[in-house]
Design a protein around this ligand. Structure first.
Ligand code: FAD
Length: 283
């Protein structure tokens, strides 16, 4: 734990399975890659761990590869699964834009650093009985960058991660002109509108609405996917949904493998039928 106010955070790491929380006090109160690098190098030198796990995050990418390169450790990024085989630790990750699954082993490496994709594993829970110890390392003179200011990303209008019901639209929506129809449909259904990446790339919806590997990870009770093919990068963000319903005009679309219910149909026609149904007065 590398933080100025480490004791305040130590308790959050004291979860079942954690034996020791090591604390290093940085000279600056913001994330600084060189500080984290030196602290992790010191921890590895002291403890000689077989495996170091870190999140595949922007901050990790800023210093972990340097630790691995300098220490000549094994390294794998964006890992979605791990197993121990006869060959030792094996990491799973996608390759070739998600079309292949690669298995990576680390022959001859005493220490392997693995960056796990966020959301690949369940969040740890349960109180632990970890001790808290100071890590022996001097971090005083290693900060080399100065934090100037934080700039907020444009505020997302909704938090799709908290929604119980998501109506998610993909490139099958075809045109920017069709977006308001689905916004209204989501509203009438009591759902929040989310989308796949091409819809954001086209500028039709803000990035806060994007589900997937480079967007948000969602776990609504109901995920209604319309006109979404089901690329692995999209599935990565919604595979924890309760009930998945897919509407796609292509019967071979991969989204149907992730869906509990599916309709091979035109999403615009289904949208129209739902609108009519919702307009009909209840008897
Ligand atoms: P398409 O793949 O083009 O699919 C459109 C679907 O709509 C097709 O299945 C088609 O049959 C169907 N369709 C067309 N017309 C209709 C109609 N009238 N009615 C019904 N169905 C219709 N993608 C994400 O979504 N989220 C991410 O976070 C993400 N991150 C990525 C990160 C990386 C590093 C990379 C390489 C890619 C990422 N992608 C992400 C992109 C991803 O690979 C796919 O390209 C993307 O998910 C495809 O979006 P789509 O399903 O909307 O479009």
């Amino acid at each position: 734990l590398i933080a100025c106010d480490a004791p305040a955070h130590a308790q959050a790491l004291n979860l079942a399975g954690v034996e020791r929380v090591l604390i290093a006090k940085p000279p600056v109160d913001h994330f600084e890659a060189h500080v984290s690098q030196r602290a992790l190098e010191a921890a590895i030198d002291t403890l000689r761990p077989a495996v170091v796990l870190a999140g595949h995050t922007i901050d990790s990418l800023d210093f972990i590869p340097a630790v691995a390169a300098r220490g000549r450790h094994g390294l794998a990024g964006d890992v979605t699964g791990l197993r121990f085989g006869a060959e030792g630790l094996v990491a799973h990750r996608e390759s070739h834009g998600g079309k292949l699954l690669a298995e990576i082993d680390f022959p001859g490496k005493d220490t392997v650093i693995v960056l796990l994709r966020v959301g690949a594993y369940e969040r740890a829970s349960g109180a632990g009985a970890a001790s808290t110890e100071a890590l022996e390392v001097d971090l005083q003179d290693c900060a080399r960058t100065e934090h100037v200011e934080f700039r907020d990303a444009p505020a997302g209008d909704v938090d799709i991660e908290k929604a119980d019901f998501l109506l998610s639209i993909g490139r099958g929506v075809q045109d920017a002109e069709n977006i308001p129809r689905f916004e209204e449909l989501a509203d009438r259904l009591g759902a929040i509108l989310s989308c796949s990446r091409p819809v954001v790339d086209a500028g039709w919806l803000p990035s806060a609405r994007q589900v997937g590997q480079s967007g948000r990870t969602v776990s609504p009770k109901v995920y209604l996917a319309m006109g979404i093919s089901g690329a692995v990068q999209h599935i990565a963000g919604m595979s924890r949904s309760g009930t998945v319903i897919a509407v796609n005009s292509d019967p071979d679309a991969p989204i149907f493998s992730a869906a509990h219910y599916g309709a091979v149909a035109d999403m615009l026609e289904i949208g129209e039928a739902l609108e009519q149904q919702l307009r009909r007065p209840r008897s």
